[in-house]
Design a protein around this ligand. Structure first.
Ligand code: ADP
Ligand code: MG
Length: 736
């Protein structure tokens, strides 16, 4: 209406004045000066023009050139300058919550504002935004869930998808949805941002969208491959055309010799000039091992002159700060990092990069329906990216710990996540977004997943009762798609609420979606594992051990003894705090969806009933189940798909010689060399029978048929009537 328009007009003018006032202030001017020094600034006009004239634009540029913090801001500023500040709505997606939060804070600061004014963020279960927020940084998942209730993104003027070069599953998925949406919303603008030069792929996906490249200013970096050590030619390098053979016995010996040489060579090169060293390694274990080795056995002279740091996804924030700070003069900073430091994190003073050539990558073995986590060779793009980290401030050196011929055989880019992970959540989302047939939809992806992976996911969703036989969402499936967790955790929450044993289930689900709070420091593995065992109280459940550990911590917190408690029991305070806050958020969500009533009158009635809790765990984790056969001195575990499987020694069940239950339900299995189960709970036949869904496979069926009196478990604890009355409700929920 006219009144509305007048209000918006006034608001827009007000925003324009505010922005101008900041840019003219002293602080604002020095900020503008910094911003103008970034490579992205030179492309500002080109970019704004391209966006006004095209619906889709693809931008690429080196990490650190100013894509994430600047480009969305340019759009916001130009909208405000054009007096459209009150009507524009810009959404910029980030693959990780950490970056969504950090970037929005940075952009707000660059605009002289607090977070939640014109710039805000929204990540899973958490956000800071106000009525006047015009530029929203959110995780890709958040935008996907918004599309669930707002198919046309009403009111949104610009969507910016960041870090598309990573080819994350959510980003690939979002692109299909957006591609469908664009014709319905001709005025909507879409910008895709990539850190590497693979823009063509995306451009052609969107019918030849214009590409803009932001040239970076990196200094040249010299490449050193393994064979560059000439003394080493006493042995000839075998032709590494078969990359899998590399690292095996024969070549391994030579490689070790070369690596030893390389170590001293790097050390002497580094001693010659200042600059930080960044070492790319495969994972946390390697990093720890090397850190200890270097502390015991320093390669570079005086250890007091070396600042040795580890950098990985869950490091403490105090440690994080050290990584970015310049060390004192004369002190050498060495950062041991995972591939996190490839694009997400920029350490400015790096001059030397050591690249091991591998990264731990999740992959998915569709044939055996098993996720794997193995160190694999990185892609050429990653290797280039790693090398580039050495040239931020001056010419640098990059030492690859592999021969050039291995580099030559790397894939150009990493396999997209869509092609290497289980697709359950994705299939659930496709259905709840009413995007039609799952296979047809996925066939329109940039690169489509194998049909076997798709079939496995659909089959899983049928087994857990989220899909009916026609691949349509059941009521349970609808509820699951609204909960921002994996289907199995969502199902556990729903069952926990229905069966009124919510409290422990909240802890378990939060723990499984944050990470394990039990720490296993390298040098104190045994102590840590026996500390964990104390929480098990011989109930054969990692999940119940987690509940006890968490409750113990809460109690200790009340006496202000939380830190002592964690220290004594090898628990991570930070993780427990994260679990604590996630618990609250899940509870809020359950109240919001009506699964738990506002006063929580009933929902904890049976929380102390350990067997019922086991049953709900089973309901969630089924069909993740293995049989237990107690042998004379050890136990033998088998799953239907894998045959023999193993337990990690950190599991409370891992050291048991006997488990007086016939079944284990597990959260996750991972193929390392054999298949390992992570976090398990022992359950009885009756639990499996009642909560384990529909078991079709003959083997189990036969076993279960022989069971008699399975209601006994409920009879004994006055739960039979609860169960029977709830059973109908439950069946309705699942099947209607
Ligand atoms: P890109 O997205 O292209 O990798 P960013 O926009 O994230 O680049 O960062 C551009 C530059 O802004 C960085 O090189 C850095 O100098 C600066 N910058 C980014 N975030 C921060 C921050 N939180 N504090 C200080 N400077 C920052
Ligand atoms: Mg960025």
């Amino acid at each position: 209406s006219a009144v509305m328009e007048r209000i918006q007009r006034r608001k827009s003018l007000q925003l324009r004045n505010q922005q101008a006032a900041w840019q003219e202030s002293n602080d604002g001017q020095s900020m503008m000066e910094f911003r103008r020094s970034l490579p992205a600034y030179k492309e500002k006009q080109t970019l704004l023009e391209a966006i006004s004239q095209n619906q889709v634009v693809v931008v690429s540029g080196e990490t650190g050139c100013g894509k994430t913090t600047q480009l969305p801001q340019y759009i916001l500023e130009s909208e405000i300058d054009a007096a459209r500040g009150a009507t524009c709505s810009i959404i910029c997606t980030q693959p990780r919550r950490i970056s969504a939060i950090a970037v929005s804070e940075r952009v707000a600061a660059e605009r002289g504002e607090k977070i939640g004014e014109s710039v805000g963020y929204k990540v899973r279960l958490e956000g800071m935004r106000g009525r006047d927020t015009r530029l929203l940084f959110c995780t890709t998942g958040v935008l996907l869930r918004r599309l669930l209730v707002d198919r046309n993104l009403k009111g949104v003027t610009h969507v910016i998808v960041d870090e598309i070069h990573e080819r994350g599953m959510n980003e690939d998925f979002l692109l299909i949805v957006l591609k469908d949406l664009l014709p319905r919303r001709p005025e909507l603008r879409l910008m895709l941002m990539s850190a590497t030069l693979n823009a063509e792929l995306f451009s052609s996906y969107f019918g030849g969208a214009p590409m803009i490249h932001i040239p970076g200013f990196t200094y040249p970096v010299r490449n050193h491959f393994l064979e560059d050590i000439l003394e080493f030619t006493g042995h000839r390098l075998t032709p590494y055309n078969q990359i899998d053979d590399y690292g095996q016995e024969k070549s391994w010996k030579m490689q070790k010799q070369a690596l030893r040489k390389r170590k001293s060579q790097i050390a002497s090169a580094v001693e010659e000039r200042p600059g930080a060293v960044l070492v790319f390694m495969t994972g946390w274990d390697d990093i720890n091992a090397l850190k200890e080795q270097l502390q015991a056995n320093p390669l570079l002279g005086d250890p007091s002159k070396v600042l040795l740091l580890a950098c990985h996804g869950s490091m403490a924030s105090s440690e994080q700060k050290l990584i970015f700070d310049k060390p004192e003069p004369g002190v050498r900073k060495i950062v041991l990092a995972t591939n996190l430091a490839e694009t997400s994190i920029t350490i400015n003073d790096v001059v030397f990069v050591v690249d091991c050539g591998k990264a731990k990558e999740t992959s998915y073995d569709a044939l055996n329906n098993t996720p794997c986590l193995l160190p694999t060779w990185i892609s050429k793009a990653s290797a280039r990216q790693r090398r580039g980290r050495a040239g931020r401030v001056q010419p640098g050196e990059c030492y690859h710990l592999y021969p050039r011929c291995v580099y030559d055989s790397f894939a150009d880019y990493q396999l997209p996540e869509l092609l290497r992970t289980p697709l359950q959540s994705l299939c659930l989302q496709i259905k709840s977004l009413r995007l039609g047939s799952i296979s047809e939809f996925l066939s329109r992806a940039l690169q489509s997943p194998e049909s076997l992976s798709v079939q496995n996911a659909i089959e899983y969703l049928k087994v857990i009762g989220a899909f009916d036989q026609n691949e349509e969402l059941t009521v349970l499936g609808k509820h699951l798609s609204m909960l921002p967790v994996e289907p199995k955790l969502g199902k556990m929450l729903i069952f926990g609420a229905i069966f009124n044993c919510l409290d422990p289930i909240l802890t378990i689900v939060s723990g499984l979606s944050v990470r394990d709070p039990f720490l296993t420091p390298f040098d104190k593995k045994d102590l840590a594992e026996s500390a964990k065992l104390q929480f098990s109280c011989r109930d054969y459940s990692d999940h119940l051990a987690l509940v006890r550990a968490y409750e113990g911590w809460r109690e200790a917190e009340r006496d202000r003894a939380g830190y002592d408690y964690c220290w004594k029991n090898f628990l991570s305070v930070q993780t427990l705090k994260a679990i604590d806050s996630l618990r609250r958020q899940f509870l809020f969500l359950l109240k919001d969806t009506g699964l738990v009533d506002e006063n929580m009158t009933l929902c904890n009635k049976w929380s102390r009933d350990e067997n019922l809790v086991r049953a709900v765990i089973c309901a969630g984790l089924y069909p993740g189940i293995s049989s237990i056969v107690n042998k004379e001195k050890s136990i033998s575990l088998k799953t239907m798909e894998d045959g023999q499987v193993m337990l990690y020694s950190s599991s409370v069940n891992g050291k048991e010689a006997k488990i007086p239950f016939p079944w284990l339900v597990f959260n996750e299995k991972v193929k390392v060399n054999s298949v390992f189960l992570r976090d398990s709970t022992a359950i009885s036949d009756s639990i499996l029978l009642l909560f384990g869904g529909n078991i079709k496979q003959g083997g189990l069926d036969g076993h279960l048929k022989m069971l008699g009196g399975y209601l006994e478990f409920f009879m004994s604890r006055d739960l039979a009537s609860t169960y029977l009355s709830l059973k109908n409700e439950l069946e309705n929920l699942i099947h209607c």
